[in-house]
Design a protein around this ligand. Structure first.
Ligand SMILES: Cc1cc2nc3c(=O)[nH]c(=O)nc-3n(C[C@H](O)[C@H](O)[C@H](O)COP(=O)(O)OP(=O)(O)OC[C@H]3O[C@@H](n4cnc5c(N)ncnc54)[C@H](O)[C@@H]3O)c2cc1C
Length: 668
């Protein structure tokens, strides 16, 4: 391709960011790019073993893993199209929100919380494109903590215990963060050679260094690995970035999937699951204004995310009977679909400080574009994020309950547009924008990681193209709000640390009319109630234990699973993308096992069965061997003695032999 202005002009979401935007995009369209999976040519009414709805974080990983099995046929439908170039360049992540690749969901106004946000509602961005929200998110790599998964295991069974989920986190991971790879104590918990790169460096931005010093002065330990399960503190996150470009389950897994068994349909909006006699047999979809039916011989799998998965279930008759009947929908299964919605909740604290506090020598340097195009380095290649984790009390020092995420905003930043995208109202954004003309701003997002409050998702109507109603339920439990005076005061105390004091940092209390004339703690609670917003990690609307079982099968319906963030019974203490990939990896193995296919990466050479080792088994080194054959041909099987290790070996499939495996072995 000739890289000239006319041939390479982009049509992405971020146009106009730099004065030299046109030239920059002209160049990047040639130099930064990806060959996305092509649309398949499909017959209306065709049949597949598996139909997956949604090519987001979970759907992309799951489709890729299932397509590893040569004789599985998989159809993956995605409502959006190819991601724009801004979904590749890390520094442009903010421009994807409120763009055409965002579903642009919002919560329903409740007249109580978020009243200082525009229209009294919380913004709920979600990716509508290949890769879903994984193509739009901030690329922070987090997992939650062991106690999160102890909780899951107590609800949904031992598949979800920490020891097991850790294996799956490590399976997908290719850790290259220099803060971690050289530390054997940390590397015990990380994988190398997995599909998704998790990178990082100790060359952090100036302001991040200053925040880390500030948190140290406030008594936080600086930790080299924010996912380390044995201690918490303040530190920089690792990110899913490979060579200065976003990495994701789309780019690392789906883009490399087996194209013969996998069929992908983009811009295909699934409107209903077809359920007959208690079995999901297919889906209805609309593409290019035409209706299509596709049939699943084995399973329909919903990976449409926390808001769209419950919507599809309810449109198909699976949900709370009263709500469905009120809309005239025939009830197929009466389940609490849509309830248990919860999210990390976020309130911003603000400081102002002298110019030069943030020392942003990076963002406005026009050399940055050239640097990026030359070797994928510099500001554009990064997503510097840090946080300080706080426990609820000193008796649980390794379990964070809250997080503080600081950001330094240089004078004259294009803060206003980000402020509005976040959902703050015009007056607040104008007030903060005006302050930023005079000072540098420090925002500290105070986040509650384990809220007790619950909301729900309901149908707006029976029209599948209507957005679902999202009742956020924020602070429906008053105890959640009670934490904020302590949290916000902790955030404010950054102003009293050496560096920020030397820059004359001081607290700014934005004007919230309803909160005037209150004492400090009362003001913080009032302001928090008024300014609270989602931290974009909604989960739980088709939860394990109530809507799906521990194998992610929808209760009472055959051939229907949910594999995405909505199955989390309780939110984990951290960002949710890697946990969703982990859920998809486990789901893929559960499905392969269910249909008697050996797990991905089962290394038969590392296996012992009874007193036989792999090498002593006559046929073990032969190609085309599979776990089911090995088991069937040995009468010395002791299920507890099977050891499996993860490496890349070819998958061989056997079908219809489920009972052989299910009844006799328990693959660890
Ligand atoms: C702004 C933002 C920043 C975030 N930052 C981070 C971060 O830094 N780190 C982190 O760990 N997590 C982050 N998250 C959260 C994380 O990205 C999500 O939890 C995760 O991507 C959810 O994955 P999912 O598979 O459940 O849903 P999604 O990735 O949203 O996938 C759902 C897919 O289904 C498609 N779909 C929906 N309905 C239909 C339909 N009817 N027909 C066909 N297709 C359909 C959608 O278009 C989408 O592609 C962030 C989230 C947001 C919103």
């Amino acid at each position: 391709m000739v890289c000239g202005l006319t041939s390479c002009l982009g049509s992405g979401a971020a146009g106009g960011l730099f004065s030299s935007a046109v030239q920059f995009f002209a160049a990047t369209q040639c130099l930064v790019g990806e060959t996305w999976p092509k649309d398949s040519v499909l017959q209306n009414g065709s049949r597949y073993d598996f139909i997956i709805v949604g090519a987001g974080t979970a759907g992309s990983a799951l489709a890729a893993r299932l397509s590893e099995v040569a004789n599985f046929s998989v159809l993956l439908l995605e409502a959006g199209g190819d991601p724009p170039i801004e979904a590749i360049i890390p520094a442009f992540r903010e421009t994807l929100k409120a763009s055409s690749v965002d579903w642009n969901f919002t919560s329903v106004e409740n007249n109580i919380t978020s009243q200082a946000l525009k229209r009294g509602i919380e913004q709920q961005p979600r990716g509508k494109m290949l890769g879903g929200t994984g193509s739009l998110n901030h690329m922070v790599y987090a997992r939650g903590f062991p106690s999160d998964y102890h909780e899951w295991a107590s609800i949904a069974g031992e598949t979800w215990n920490w020891t097991n989920v850790l294996k799956y986190f490590m399976k997908t991971e290719h850790m290259t963060d220099t803060n971690i790879v050289n530390n054997p104590e940390l590397m015990v918990y990380h994988g190398r050679g997995g599909a998704i790169e998790v990178s990082g460096t100790n060359e952090v931005m100036f302001s991040i260094k200053k925040f880390l010093q500030a948190f140290e002065e406030l008594g936080f330990k600086t930790v080299p690995d924010m996912t380390y399960p044995n201690s918490i503190g303040a530190g920089c996150f690792s990110h899913t970035i490979r060579n200065g470009e976003r990495d994701s389950s789309l780019r690392a897994l789906l883009n490399n999937a087996n194209s013969t068994s996998l069929h992908i349909l983009k811009d295909a909006f699934v409107t209903k699951i077809i359920i007959e006699n208690g079995t999901a047999i297919g889906i209805e979809a609309v593409k290019d204004d035409k209706k299509f039916l596709f049939y699943a011989d084995r399973e329909v799998i919903l990976s449409a995310g926390t808001f769209n998965t419950p919507k599809l279930l309810m449109l198909s008759g699976v949900g709370p009977s009263e709500h469905l009947r009120s809309l005239g929908i025939d009830v197929v299964a009466d389940l609490p679909v849509g309830s248990n919605l919860h999210d990390h909740v976020m309130v911003l604290a603000f400081l102002v400080a002298d110019n030069g506090t943030c020392v942003s020598d990076e963002a406005e340097n026009s050399m940055e574009a050239i640097k990026y195009l030359y070797d994928r380095t510099g500001f554009l290649a990064k997503a510097d994020n840090m946080a300080a984790y706080l426990p609820l009390s000193s008796s649980e020092p390794t379990v964070p309950e809250f997080a503080l995420y600081p950001t330094c905003i240089p004078q004259f930043s294009p803060f206003r547009s980000g402020c509005l995208t976040l959902g703050l109202n015009e007056d607040l954004c104008t007030e903060l924008h005006n302050l930023n003309q005079e000072y540098e701003l420090v925002t500290i997002a105070a986040v509650l990681l384990k809220p007790k409050s619950r909301g729900k998702v309901e149908l707006n109507s029976i029209n599948p193209f209507d957005d679902p109603l999202i009742y956020a339920g924020t602070f429906s439990e008053e105890q959640d709000l009670d934490h904020f005076p302590r949290l916000i005061k902790m955030a404010w105390s950054i102003a009293d640390t050496n560096y920020f004091r030397s820059k004359n940092a001081r607290v700014i209390k934005p004007w919230v009319e309803a909160c005037s004339n209150l004492t400090e703690s009362a003001w913080i609670k009032c302001m928090s109630r008024a300014m609270v917003t989602s931290a974009w990690h909604s989960v739980g609307t088709a939860a394990m234990g109530t809507v799906v079982d521990g194998d992610l099968k929808v209760l009472g319906i055959n051939g229907l699973r949910v594999v995405d963030a909505s199955v989390m019974p309780k939110i984990i203490r951290g960002n949710t993308n890697a946990p969703v990939v982990m859920i998809a990896e486990i789901a893929a193995d559960l499905i392969k096992e269910h249909y008697s296919v050996s797990r991905t990466g089962t290394n038969l050479n590392n296996m012992t069965i009874g007193n036989l080792t792999a090498s002593s088994m006559p046929n073990i080194s032969q190609p085309n061997i599979n776990l089911a054959d090995v088991i069937e041909n040995n009468d010395m099987i002791n299920s507890s003695l099977i050891e499996v290790e993860i490496t890349n070996v070819e998958i061989i499939t056997t079908t219809d032999r489920q009972s052989d495996i299910d009844d006799t072995v328990n693959v660890a």
